[in-house]
Ligand binder design. Structure first.
Ligand SMILES: *Cc1c(COP(=O)(O)O)cnc(C)c1O
Length: 398
């Protein structure tokens, strides 16, 4: 369908992604210089730096590009981040990893998910790095590697309180010796994931960090030494440099979004995605009339609405009706009526608009801006969901 373009388009700014990566790296550089003797307090058995090394090295950056790079498009995003110096990538499952390799990504690709019931052949054919997060997955991986007579590098995940994937932090002495005895697995890193990193008043970040350090020490005592450690998502990275260890795993920050309720104005991130459409029709409503399914937004005055060809099938949340705003002619305009499958309606009363005029759903127009974070707040969800749900029907332009 060459030459065909729908009016609703997501523009992904690869230069913004690269800028954000450099900004995050600047924070790591600066923070590492200031970092208190983190390594001094770390278990001696682990830690990748030479003993007595005075200034801790700058953590590596694992760019999280799961879920089609949070809706931005995995392949172009990963290639842009690789060019900007990402050390490694992380994705959710094997299929995402294969997509990245086929796009030409050369750096290591860590797969977060449990691979217990997946076709593991792709790990070997596409040089992916699996996570060992359950005894069952460890066994499956060991068998698959043994059958191919190869040793596969993997990352070991410890569950420090999230209670999702990972070996329980308080049970490692029982569970890990079996894994360490598997001769076809080479554990290159140990990691954990924080459940409450974005909630400053919660003690859980600190508790999970302590559990992780004790877990790492326990692994050292069991003979696992000299491996890399990583833990921090975007929120933890912003909040506490003690969570940085040898690598950090930001997603959201790279896309230019600060995880709410945290603020980081001085970080100067740029939103990597804008979503625009065009008005396809304009019409008048008489007093008392409503619009859309349910005929809502009835008022006893005449109004004008613009019809925009983007709906919930494109990932526009139905809760935005009556709450959300889009930008038309540089001004904020309320979304009214109902969000339909393929269309939505916008109040343009008093504005001289015509079909073809640009509508900004996410992004800037003139001096105004609508951010994914703002939309998330309007509908009571998180910004990750807003960008991840952008429909496959929407063309991404880079
Ligand atoms: C998604 C994810 C991240 C990145 O999280 P952000 O909040 O987007 O920075 C890091 N680690 C794991 C295990 C994840 O699943």
């Amino acid at each position: 369908m060459a030459g065909m373009t729908r009016p609703t388009v997501a523009t992904v700014h690869l230069d913004a992604l690269q800028h954000n990566l450099r900004r995050v790296r600047a924070v790591l550089l600066q923070g590492s210089a200031d970092r208190p003797g983190e390594i001094a307090g770390a278990p001696e058995s682990l830690g990748t730096r030479p003993p007595g090394h005075a200034s801790p090295a700058v953590p590596q950056l694992i760019a999280v590009v799961k879920a089609n790079a949070y809706g931005h498009g995995a392949a172009p995003v990963a290639l842009a981040l690789e060019a900007a110096g990402a050390s490694m990538f992380a994705c959710a499952d094997l299929e995402e990893g294969v997509t990245l390799r086929e796009a030409g990504v050369t750096r290591p690709i860590l797969v977060f998910g449990a691979l217990s019931v997946s076709n593991l052949a792709h790990l070997f054919s596409h040089r992916l790095t699996p996570t060992v997060s359950t005894p069952f997955a460890a066994r499956a991986l060991e068998d698959a590697a043994a059958a191919r007579r190869v040793v596969i590098g993997c990352h070991l995940k410890i569950d420090t309180g999230m209670n999702r994937l990972g070996f329980r932090h308080d049970n490692l002495r029982r569970t890990i010796p079996d894994v360490l005895a598997m001769s076809h697995l080479r554990i290159e890193a140990v990691y954990t994931h924080f459940a409450m990193a974005d909630q400053p008043e919660s003690p859980w970040l600190e508790e999970q960090r302590r559990r992780f350090e004790r877990g790492v020490a326990a692994l050292g005592a069991l003979g696992l030494r000299g491996v890399m450690r990583h833990a921090a998502n975007s929120a933890a990275l912003l909040r506490d440099s003690r969570t940085w260890y040898d690598a950090v795993r930001p997603g959201l920050l790279l896309y230019g979004i600060v995880p709410p309720p945290l603020a980081a104005a001085d970080l100067d991130l740029r939103p990597a995605l804008s979503l625009t459409s065009r008005i396809v029709a304009v019409k008048g409503l008489r007093p008392g009339e409503g619009t859309g399914y349910g005929m809502t937004w009835q008022e006893d005055r005449a109004r004008r609405i613009a019809i925009v060809p983007a709906g919930y099938a494109d990932g526009i949340d139905t809760r935005l009706a009556g709450r959300g705003h889009v930008l038309v002619r540089g001004r904020r305009r309320q979304v009214v009526g109902s969000i339909c499958m393929d269309m939505m309606m916008v109040d343009v009363t008093g504005e001289d608009v015509s079909p073809g005029d640009e509508v900004v759903v996410i992004g800037r127009q003139g001096d105004e801006e609508v951010t994914a974070r703002e939309i998330a707040a309007e509908i009571g969800t998180i910004p990750w969901e807003v960008t991840c749900r952008l429909g496959s029907r929407i063309e991404r332009v880079y």
